[in-house]
Design a protein around this ligand. Structure first.
Ligand code: CP
Length: 319
């Protein structure tokens, strides 16, 4: 596999291989090993056309812990503001020599274009494209679940995962559904009808509009709360939910719903969070919450992805 563009690029063996290698990379996260020499002399370009805190910094940390040289590019403050295109930006950075390009872009499909248009010879990693996919987020979420569920045995087959909230605008939800299905988990998406995408019936998961019924009936192993992405909501299309208070009442994770969960159910959120909207401070900061741990796990997972792509060691997928 040359690029990681979609969670669907990974079959079960490839996904498990990435997660197993991430376990080994986590030694740097625990600071048992400071740095690995694996990517010495290689260059990783972080090409970010949209804002990011976790993904950009964790890819930077991952590349540096593998001894790669890192070029960080943010569209803000660059010649993109003068109208320079993705193609010309990519060609400019390619001229500086990129072995891997980690790209986040507001347009769904931009990483596919970059990978297949010949604008870079490097491996392309999708770090989030529009409302489409965020495969490394799904990998770090699966990695986090593997560490907690089933006594940390690493097997997610049969695990019950409930994903709640703004699925319509969420690249995290789509990538998680695809990857968790590949790993044998059972996913239920819970959202108001206005925040489920057209065609969701074809996704390999169940859907519901009733969070309380889903939590009570399902006894989930993991509950993943999604950010309400106000910046992607088109005001001209009307309101996506009656009010913040009503959304929170029907779909937010607060004290009452925390109390409905089995004792060992974990709570995930990809961040950034709208505290008080989709998740209360009590839930976000509770002992069940893996939200801060997810960020740290992201470094190990991204180390594994960069290492395996540049070593050509992930079989199959997007060649
Ligand atoms: N989860 C995630 O993609 O966060 P950032 O937008 O901060 O990278």
């Amino acid at each position: 596999m040359r690029h990681l563009l979609s969670a669907a690029d990974l079959d079960r063996d490839a996904a498990v291989h990435v997660l197993d290698v991430a376990e080994e990379m986590a030694a740097t996260q625990r600071r048992e090993i400071k740095k690995l020499p694996t990517l010495r002399g290689r260059t990783v370009v972080n090409l970010f056309f949209e804002d990011s805190t976790r993904t950009r910094t964790s890819f930077e940390a991952a590349a540096k812990r593998l001894s790669a040289d890192v070029i960080n590019f943010s569209a803000k403050g660059s010649s993109v503001s003068k109208g320079e295109s993705l193609k010309d930006t990519a060609l400019t950075l390619e001229a500086m020599g990129a072995d891997a390009v980690v790209v986040r872009h507001g347009s769904s499909g931009a990483p596919h274009r970059l990978a297949h248009a010949g604008w870079t010879r490097g491996a392309v990693v999708n770090a989030g494209d529009g409302t489409h996919e965020h495969p490394t987020q799904a990998l770090l979420d699966a990695y986090t679940m593997r560490r907690h569920l089933r006594g940390g045995t690493g097997d997610l087959a049969g695990a019950k995962v409930v994903v709640v909230g703004d699925v319509l605008h969420s690249r995290v939800a789509r990538s998680n559904v695809l990857l968790l299905h590949t790993l044998g988990a059972h996913v239920t998406l819970v959202a108001p009808p206005t925040l489920l995408p057209v065609g969701v019936e074809a996704w390999p998961c169940e859907t519901s509009h009733d969070l309380d019924a889903t939590l009570l009936r399902g006894e989930p192993d993991a509950v993943m709360m999604l950010r309400v992405q106000a910046e992607r909501m088109d005001a001209s299309k009307g309101s996506f939910f009656p009010s913040a208070r009503e959304y929170s009442r029907r779909y937010g994770l607060g004290r009452e719903r925390l109390g409905m969960l089995p004792d060992d159910t974990i709570v995930l959120h990809p961040g950034p969070m709208n505290r008080g909207l989709e998740i209360s401070a009590e839930a976000a900061d509770s002992a069940r919450s893996t939200i801060v741990e997810q960020v740290g796990n992201g470094v190990a997972v991204r180390m594994a992805v960069l290492y395996l792509l540049l070593a050509g060691e992930i079989p199959g997928g997007d060649a």
